[in-house]
Design a protein around this ligand. Structure first.
Ligand code: AMP
Length: 158
């Protein structure tokens, strides 16, 4: 359902969210690939947050995390880890790496073919997470514990 919402959403940058990564993987749209194996591929983001911004993408069609086979997710993370290490060995001279995955419109997903962002960070690169109002006043511990208990119960019922 999230996928359908996303397909109808107004897209940042005017991308076609439904097909753009599928077309790239099929060689029908250009991209700068850095990696490909039997489960995933990685190519450079067309609108990099910082130079070196790379996307790790499953070869199979999975719009969201719920559709992603765990073995493919494991491979995505392992490849992102390798790419992060490779970026650190380039002349981009990064001081850190962020991994980021948006699952759903509310999480910022704009392309509904799942992807793991890998982007180099520098202290002065200008990228910042905007935290919600009230963030610096933590909720009571009991509230956090109750939420944790709800997640544990959901996991147990999995
Ligand atoms: P998200 O908002 O997490 O769904 O990220 C989508 C990402 O895909 C953005 O960082 C876009 O810049 C990137 N993107 C969109 N179209 C292309 C394309 N044709 N080639 C490479 N990256 C793309």
């Amino acid at each position: 359902m999230q996928g359908e919402q996303g397909r109808n959403a107004v897209q940042r940058g005017g991308f076609d969210p439904h097909t753009v990564f599928e077309k790239i993987l099929a060689g029908e749209l250009p991209a700068t690939f850095v990696y490909r194996d039997d489960l995933v591929a990685a190519f450079m983001d067309i609108q990099p947050i910082t130079p070196g911004h790379t996307l790790v993408v499953p070869l199979l069609k999975a719009a969201t995390l719920a559709e992603l086979p765990p073995a493919t997710g494991e491979r995505m993370f392992a490849v992102a880890q390798r790419i992060g290490a490779a970026i650190r060995r380039t002349e981009l001279a990064c001081e850190g790496i962020n991994l980021f995955l948006a699952d759903g419109v509310a999480a910022g997903q704009t392309v509904f073919h799942l992807h793991l962002h890998v982007f180099p960070r520098h202290a002065e690169d200008g990228f910042r997470w905007k935290l919600p109002d009230g963030y610096y006043t933590p909720p009571p511990r009991e509230e956090i514990a109750n939420t944790g208990a709800a997640i544990r119960a959901a996991l147990a019922a999995d």
